[in-house]
Design a protein around this ligand. Structure first.
Ligand code: FCB
Length: 513
């Protein structure tokens, strides 16, 4: 049986099973749809969004800025990684990328033209503190200050993600995130940003996808610094949990107007079978991958991600850490790209196929489970259609995830911090980029988001990933997620049909436009 058939059969066996273990059934039954996971056209036509809904686009400093050593910027871990042979597809680097450091005004003009209400961007720590500690590089702060002003002048809300994966290499050299000292250094950096920009920026998220950069960087090694040791991951994740708490306080101390939320990566998880063991494994997946950094903030304790007690000693947990980690986030931001099917790694029946799918990597290779402490086996299903990054399109997952988080965290204010898809469409002979599959992707996910809002979820924003095609981490330039096409030979931007469509959506709050 090939992978697709295997997963299809196993998902059909599990359809109607519970999402995690919190009592949500997984959307509409499959039999009511032509394409699994998709939504009916009538639902798209009738989708409505609340007044003042924040339509947005997102980007990340390392992926777009280029100018890797300009104006006093220090070396980052991603500079080092991409300059190391064999780490990035095609030997690519982000030394130049879309050169947004010099083209940001043009890109903000695109945001304005597309009627955007919110722009989520991140800052490069090494641009502001070249070695991660010590004095501020005035040219680095000045860049983000000019950027913020330009966003505000365009009538758009600036949403700052403080850390989207690029660590000053000098701090990696001091042990990176497994070194607990980084929590303090990071909080100092967050405080510097809030001091300089907090008069204009009020929406802050400390970390983009903390599970991803700690697990991929230290647990499996597909991201810098390329380590593959589960204990190092546990330590890194604990430092990040402490850093999140410390940064929350530092930001609030520097700026009374600040609100602090998150930009977590999440995937709704469905048990492979209805067995008790697979349902419990699915709950552990949710705890580990979705709410490991959220539960610590909201409740000051680790969620039940492990088969036994959390491995406090391996994490480097110290008495009192629960108080440092606990901070009442003002709103919750999370991304949704695709779902997972989960089983208990000890239960024998499993597919050997997993692999790497951009940043939605399941890095376990063919081994039995990710690790002996969680005993989860995770599959990337292929029941629905796939994007050109190989990720399954499962719009119903948006509804399921938003409802699950709303239920578990007492109806918080939610922002979708990212949602998007890779398609390689390029300009045709008329100069247009007819990326109709991307329009269909966003339309469907937004229809499911509208359904969640109609059912009571307090969602106030949606950020499509991403403003312009850019450097897609270890995949280099082999993937394009932008609503604007970039010709990397000459930096020419062309708004894709999806961008023009999204501009009309943002102006009308409707999807059939
Ligand atoms: C997300 C990352 C973002 C980009 C998209 C495709 O996981 O936050 O930087 O890589 O995936």
């Amino acid at each position: 049986m090939d992978r697709r058939t295997f997963v299809k059969n196993s998902f059909v066996a599990a359809s109607g099973a519970l999402l995690a273990n919190c009592g949500f059934t997984a959307g509409t039954p499959l039999s009511q749809k032509n394409i699994p996971g998709t939504v009916a056209p009538s639902q798209i036509d009738s989708a409505r969004f609340p007044d003042g809904f924040l339509w947005g686009l997102a980007s990340a400093a390392y992926q777009v800025e280029g100018a890797w050593n300009t104006d006093g910027k220090g070396e980052s871990n991603w500079d080092r990684f991409s300059h190391t042979v064999g780490k990035i597809k095609g030997g690519a680097t982000a030394d130049v990328s879309c050169d947004y450091y010099h083209h940001y005004k043009e890109d903000i003009a695109i945001l304005k033209r597309l009627n955007q209400k919110s722009y989520r961007f991140s800052t490069s720590w090494a641009r502001i503190q070249p070695t991660g500690t010590g004095p501020v590089n005035p040219k680095g702060i000045d860049f983000y200050s000019r950027l913020t002003d330009a966003v505000l002048e365009a009538g758009i809300r600036p949403f700052c993600t403080i850390y989207h994966w690029d660590l000053p290499q000098a701090l990696e050299d001091r042990g990176g995130w497994p070194n607990r000292d980084l929590a303090g250094y990071y909080a100092d950096f967050a405080g510097i940003l809030a001091k300089h920009l907090g008069d204009r920026i009020t929406t802050w998220a400390p970390f983009n996808m903390p599970w991803t950069f700690t697990y991929y960087g230290y647990g499996v090694g597909v991201f810098p610094p390329g380590k593959g040791d589960f204990e190092q991951f546990l330590k890194a994740a604990h430092t990040v949990n402490l850093a999140q708490g410390e940064a929350f306080r530092a930001i609030k101390a520097a700026s009374a107007k600040a609100t602090v939320g998150s930009a977590y990566g999440m995937a709704p998880a469905y048990p492979k079978t209805d067995s008790e063991a697979d349902r419990a494994a699915t709950a552990r997946y949710h705890a580990m991958n979705n709410v490991y950094f959220l539960n610590t903030a909201m409740h000051g304790e680790y969620p039940k991600a492990f088969v036994g007690e959390p491995p406090y000693e391996s994490m480097g947990f110290k008495p009192g850490d629960e108080k440092i980690m606990k901070v009442p986030l003002d709103w919750l931001g999370f991304h949704y790209y695709t779902r997972r099917i989960v089983s208990d790694a000890r239960s024998g029946s499993r597919s050997s196929a997993t692999g790497h799918f951009g940043t939605e990597t399941e890095g376990e290779g063919g081994s039995a489970s990710r690790d002996p402490l969680t005993q989860i086996h995770v599959e990337m299903p292929t029941e629905g259609p796939l994007t050109e990054a190989g990720l399954e399109i499962w719009p119903v997952g948006m509804y399921d995830l938003v409802m699950q988080i709303s239920h578990e965290f007492n109806d918080p204010i939610i922002e979708i911090s990212e949602n998007g898809c890779c398609y390689l469409d390029a300009p045709d002979e008329t100069g247009h980029v007819p990326d109709t599959r991307r329009i269909a992707f966003h339309r469907q996910h937004l229809a499911e988001l509208a359904r969640a809002i109609a059912d009571g979820a307090k969602v106030r924003a949606y950020h499509a990933w991403t403003l312009v095609d850019n450097f897609e981490w270890a995949d280099g330039y082999t993937q394009r997620y932008g609503l604007t096409y970039v010709d990397f030979r000459n930096q020419k931007r062309t708004i894709k049909d999806s961008g023009l469509w999204y501009g009309r959506v943002s102006a009308s709050d409707r999807l059939s436009v």
